[in-house]
Design a protein around this ligand. Structure first.
Ligand code: ASP
Length: 332
């Protein structure tokens, strides 16, 4: 699968004048506040990007069979992790600039338990390792070799994750790369998922191979609880995709959940988090961040800096792709 030009970060720190934010009509929607409460709602799943459709299908089967939201989000995003044609998550992910596929993931349940792995190599399903970190260790985050050793001790097997097509793309990229820019990214599309099960409990998961051609050792927001993902079972959950550095700086997903706690709708909470990112950076030119949120009433919303961000929403009725609201067109 050819990845979309989601993120082109060649203009990483340029265009300082890019602050004249012109909102689209849809960003001007009124934003009625809701009262946050924790009543059970119908099962629902939301996940980032088009690949969320397939991931939702797998997660929905778990929920329909009476499984937990935690099982659902784990099994759901594993579909994307194991898809060799997806170049932004798990097997087949684009490598760092030295040719290593390194994976980041985190998971959080309705009790606030969480687990994560970062800079993990040669393990196809980092989300399942993140869950083991949560359930089998007193820790939240394991990284690098330690994370891999832990995974092997839990029965996971080593596998070469660099597919021929990802290797080819990397070799192509290397032809023009001068190794000057700190991050030289073509694009990336993390999968993040939030689900509510039949018992009314919410869990979330996030997994990625991170920025393509990143510096060796670079870790983004995806394994950072509060940045890429946050779930508060009384309020709702939020997750992120895009340039992880920008998400970390505002602890984005936690912010979205806290805004929902204050009574904002998921849509408005995501919008305010995006606006916070814009406010806190000299320039966001060419850099995408998108937030997706789901509250305990089953309302969802998504908002991004640039056009093109969408999410898959699975309910009893359908599994469909929904466009998020955005501030800028890529042509701005
Ligand atoms: N947020 C991820 C990271 O910065 C990348 C992505 O969303 O595709 O590593």
């Amino acid at each position: 699968m050819i990845r979309r030009n989601f993120l082109k970060i060649f203009g990483w720190s340029t265009a300082a004048g890019f602050v004249g934010v012109s909102c689209t009509e849809s960003t001007k929607e009124s934003s009625p506040k809701i009262k946050a409460e924790s009543g059970p709602s119908q099962p629902i799943i939301v996940s980032t990007w088009k690949h969320g459709i397939e991931a939702n299908e797998a997660a929905w089967k778990v929920i329909q069979a009476g499984g937990s939201a935690l099982d659902a989000v784990e099994k759901g995003v594993m579909v994307t992790e194991s898809d060799p044609n997806n170049q932004s998550v798990g097997l087949g992910g684009l490598p760092d600039r030295d040719g290593n596929v390194t994976l980041d993931a985190c998971i959080m349940n309705h009790k606030g338990d969480c687990g994560a792995v970062a800079f993990l190599k040669e393990i196809e399903n980092p989300i399942a390792v993140a869950r083991k970190v949560m359930e089998e260790t007193p820790h939240v985050l394991l990284v690098g070799q330690g994370a891999q050793e832990f995974a092997l001790s839990q029965g996971f097997e080593k596998k070469n994750l660099l597919t021929d097509s990802a290797r080819k793309a990397w070799l192509e990229w290397k032809k023009n790369e001068n190794y000057v820019t700190p991050v030289n990214v073509e694009n990336h599309d993390t999968i993040s998922m939030l689900a509510i099960d039949k018992a009314g409990n919410m869990s979330g998961a996030c997994t990625t191979s991170g920025l393509a051609y990143k510096m060796h050792g670079r870790v983004g927001d995806s394994p950072i609880i509060g940045a890429s993902l946050f779930v508060d079972n009384a309020i709702g959950g939020a997750c992120a995709t895009g340039v992880g550095e920008m998400v970390i700086r505002i602890v984005g997903s936690h912010l979205v959940v806290e805004l929902m706690r204050q009574g904002y709708t998921p849509q408005k909470a995501c919008q305010l988090a995006v606006e916070r990112i814009i406010e806190k950076h000299d320039s966001v030119k060419g850099k995408q961040v998108g937030f997706l949120a789901l509250n305990k009433q089953g309302e969802s919303g998504a908002y991004s800096i640039y056009e093109g961000f969408n999410y898959a929403k699975q309910t009893q009725e359908s599994n469909s792709l929904i466009d998020g609201v955005y501030i800028h067109k890529w042509s701005d």
